[in-house]
Write a protein that binds this ligand. Structure first.
Ligand code: FAD
Length: 400
């Protein structure tokens, strides 16, 4: 076995992109995924310019643009379709050299998997334990097998088993419990004619009501993706047919494509998830083990940045390992020092954004809409610059 062998736990966006980045700096990598096979379901995911900058380094940005849909329009509307504001997507595209793209998660993961040259993805491998001895780390799986390397990366999502192994000093002061967002998300994919947004332009709208937000956008390959963020008690899961009926009842008099999109969505592809995050950690690493993506910084989806931050993590981790060959703990210390402040800020900002977007009080909703309407495009651009205009770390020699 190579003396630079990494074990990655989880084959999501974080695990796959990290494997691709580590391969490019000369590490050998193996991914261990609990699921029996690569995913066959999922929904749309927006990739902002900061995410595309990492995909560019991985050689995957062109494929994402071909198979996804550019976001050429992003309006924020009242529930009846009257405009509140529009995200200045053209100016953003000019400033950052790319539009944002919406793509099916399954497609994104298959594009990332296609970038792997030497890494095997081992399915049906659930990590249940890990231990370290000297410079070696061993992962133990539920089927009784184990694997060993010089680095273990927990890219195992919001319920991370690797995160549970962190020392107590790493945890937030108030504990590490899941924090409910106050809303549940319904997502669907369908085909829909007569949209007011052409598929060439791409994009769509978000309609903001009281305690209910509905977004719809072209997904590429002839499909439309929609989501509804609905204020609700945690745990009130319904069957797909009752969730669909309840949502249809709520959006009866909304802007026309809303009810149409929900009606046109087969129940079999309807997803419902209560939405959670966790408070930011103080540190992510211990010895030769670290966290990445949702395992490190699960965030509410209100800024559409969870996947993008996993990609940024992957680039930063590869850059730090490349700069400190032979000293994994030092590389991990540099990695988390670079990443924790930014991802913690996004976790907090996503929470704040959720409170504003999910307001219920009609007076507060009307005040919010007036403030948004009055905000000029240059200010909107400036407010998002730190987020989507961020230049991720470069990890390949020829890009420096
Ligand atoms: C409603 C919603 C909308 C979103 N929209 C966007 C968006 O528009 N843009 C964006 O950038 N982000 C978005 N996100 C966030 C994004 O989906 C996540 O941040 C991203 O998928 C995190 O990737 P990950 O690889 O870190 O974790 P995951 O995708 O959760 O992958 C973790 C993997 O680890 C595996 N695993 C778990 N435990 C184990 C174990 N013990 N052993 C082995 N394997 C294990 C899991 O099966 C899974 O495959 C959204 C999230 C939600 C909920």
């Amino acid at each position: 076995m190579s003396k630079r062998h990494a074990l990655i736990i989880g084959a999501g966006i974080g695990g796959l992109s990290t494997a691709a980045a580590l391969e490019r700096i000369g590490w050998s990598v193996a991914i261990y995924e609990r699921a029996p096979a690569s995913p066959r379901s999922g929904a749309g995911i927006v990739l902002a310019p900061n995410a595309l900058a990492v995909l560019e380094q991985l050689g995957a940005a062109g494929k994402v643009r071909n198979r996804g849909a550019r976001v050429g329009c992003a309006e924020i509307l009242r529930q009846d379709g009257r405009p509140i504001t529009a995200v200045p997507v053209q100016q953003q595209a000019q400033r950052y050299g790319t539009y944002s793209y919406l793509i099916h998660r399954e497609t994104l993961q298959s594009v990332l998997a296609g970038q792997l040259e030497r890494t095997a993805v081992h399915y049906g491998k659930q990590l249940v334990d890990l231990y370290q001895q000297g410079n070696e780390v061993t992962a133990v799986f539920a089927d009784g097998t184990s694997a060993c390397g010089q680095l273990l990366i927990g890219a195992d999502g919001i319920h991370s088993a690797v995160r549970r192994k962190l020392p107590a000093a790493a945890l937030p002061a108030g504990g590490d419990a899941l924090r409910y967002a106050g809303f549940t998300a319904l997502r669907g994919i369908c085909t829909l004619g007569n949209l007011p947004y052409s598929s060439e332009e791409g994009g769509g709208f978000e309609a903001w009501g009281s305690g209910l937000r509905f977004g719809l956008s072209h997904l590429g390959e002839g499909r439309v993706f929609w989501f509804a963020a609905l204020n609700a008690e945690a745990g009130g899961q319904h069957s797909p047919s009752s969730a669909k009926a309840a949502l249809l009842a709520r959006v009866q008099n909304w802007y026309e494509p809303v009810a149409q999109a929900v009606s046109a969505t087969p129940e079999a592809v309807l997803l419902q998830h209560d939405i959670y995050d966790r408070a930011p950690l103080r540190c992510w690493s211990f010895g030769s083990v670290t966290l990445l993506g949702d395992a490190a910084h699960p965030m509410l989806p209100n800024l559409g940045q969870g996947g993008a931050q996993a990609l940024e993590d992957a680039a930063q981790l590869a850059a730090c390992l490349r700069e400190r060959p032979g000293d994994v703990p030092a590389a991990l210390a540099a990695y988390e020092a670079a990443r924790i402040p930014r991802t913690s800020r996004i976790v907090r900002q996503s929470r704040r954004m959720g409170r504003v977007a999910q307001l219920e009080n009609r007076l507060a909703v009307s005040l919010r809409n007036s403030v948004l309407r009055a905000m000029p495009s240059p200010l909107q651009l400036q407010q998002l610059d730190w987020l989507i205009g961020y230049r991720p770390a470069e990890f390949q020699e020829h890009l420096r």
